[in-house]
Design a protein. Sequence first.
Length: 277
Amino acid sequence: MVSETEAAPAWLRAEVVTLAWCWRLSRRDGVVLGLTSHDRDLQIDDVPYRAAPGMKPSAIETSDSLDASTMDLEGAISSDAIAARDLDAGRWDGAALTLFVTDWTAPEVAPVTVARGTLGAIERRGSAFTAELQGITQMLDRPVCPATSPSCRAALGDPACRIDLAPLTHARRIVAIDGRQVTIDAAPPPGTMAFGALCWLEGAACGLRTPVIAAAGAVLTLAEMPPLLPPLPARVRLIEGCDKQLATCRSRFANAVNFRGEAHLPGNDLLTRYPGG
């Protein structure tokens, strides 16, 4: 049995507690942001934690069962911390979040981790936002093994596919934009961009990746447009796509050995057929 002395650090058992909440957010693109409820900035493990008194967590429900722990995080949108354009662009979706408390008089000494997980649904309301923290037990909801499918379950170029994306990547410039259609300075190889992607390399959209749903010469139709567009001409990177069919994998990529699907598995219509029909 753990004693009270072993369960909490000395600063947390003092009569007057100098406590500060801290949030460490790590985006998928490598950006790390630290926020604290204290009225002054703190420096912890070489990461600056900016004073954000408006940030507050809801009650955290935890248990010794396998139920997923969840929490809501509320705060104001700041132009130099969590900007509205980054929320709209989805840069914070799936960011890793660690919530802990520390002694603001000595923030580097024995912080206590309260929750750890990833950001789930993010909702904007004017100049404020609410983000849901999904605990690490949320990972237990993932499928244990992949479900069978006639199409390939791998993504082009991932470790399961093993295709080298370097020859399938092209540097281009966008010269015109009309709705969700963009015109580039040189057409990609014919029949290669469907199910591909366009990576923005300039402006407020830099780092975002947009799916390509159709291509006609130098005109590409995108699934969506970023909230803020860069000035034209804008540099982009095109990554060719794959329709995840066995015939394409065999004829275009010569990669049928790494096809991650069951192209010849009978479908549900087999149950409706009559014997010998």
